[in-house]
Design a protein around this ligand. Structure first.
Ligand code: ATP
Ligand code: MG
Length: 138
């Protein structure tokens, strides 16, 4: 079974729509095999989004992702990375396909409900960033 890291971002947690988002991912064939609620520091987010360090939105995304609680999750299933990305939709909700999580619930390109790993390689690294083996129950 492939695994991927998902984060319910502060906008989703604040609006109490985590169940609605989980429902979409579960309906797509994925299963939550690890989950925890965290209040990240700006430094922790900065490390997680390190690859975006040189982008114009880096400081803003670090502020935003540390502005309130998030729920970090590991989803498992066949082709988990690709299935998760498809179900989330494009980064900008305005460009995301109808029926995707970001199109249906996203407020803006920044406040776009969820994060999902973009490759199997990054999924492995991102899962290890947040979870120990003991916390993942398949
Ligand atoms: P994520 O990594 O969160 O799953 P993604 O892979 O679709 O999203 P990335 O390019 O990795 O998109 O950007 C990471 C996050 O940074 C986006 O989800 C969004 O919250 C924010 N972001 C991306 N581009 C912009 C932008 N142009 N302006 C503001 N925020 C942005
Ligand atoms: Mg990304």
């Amino acid at each position: 079974m492939e695994k991927t890291l998902s984060i319910l971002k502060p906008d989703a947690v604040a609006r109490n729509i985590t169940g609605k988002v989980n429902e979409r991912l579960e309906a797509a064939g994925l299963k939550i095999v690890a989950q925890k609620r965290l209040l990240l520091t700006k430094a922790q987010v900065g490390k997680f989004y390190e690859i975006h360090r040189d982008k114009a939105f880096y400081d803003s995304i670090c502020e935003y992702m540390s502005s309130g609680p998030v729920v970090v999750q590991v989803f498992a299933g066949p082709n988990a990375v690709e299935v998760n990305r498809k179900t989330m939709g494009a980064t900008n909700p305005a460009n995301a396909e109808v029926g995707t999580i970001r199109r249906d619930f996203g407020e803006s390109i920044e406040r776009n409900v969820v994060h999902g790993s973009d490759s199997q390689e990054n999924a492995v690294a991102e899962i290890a960033f947040f979870f120990s083996q003991m916390e993942i129950v398949e």
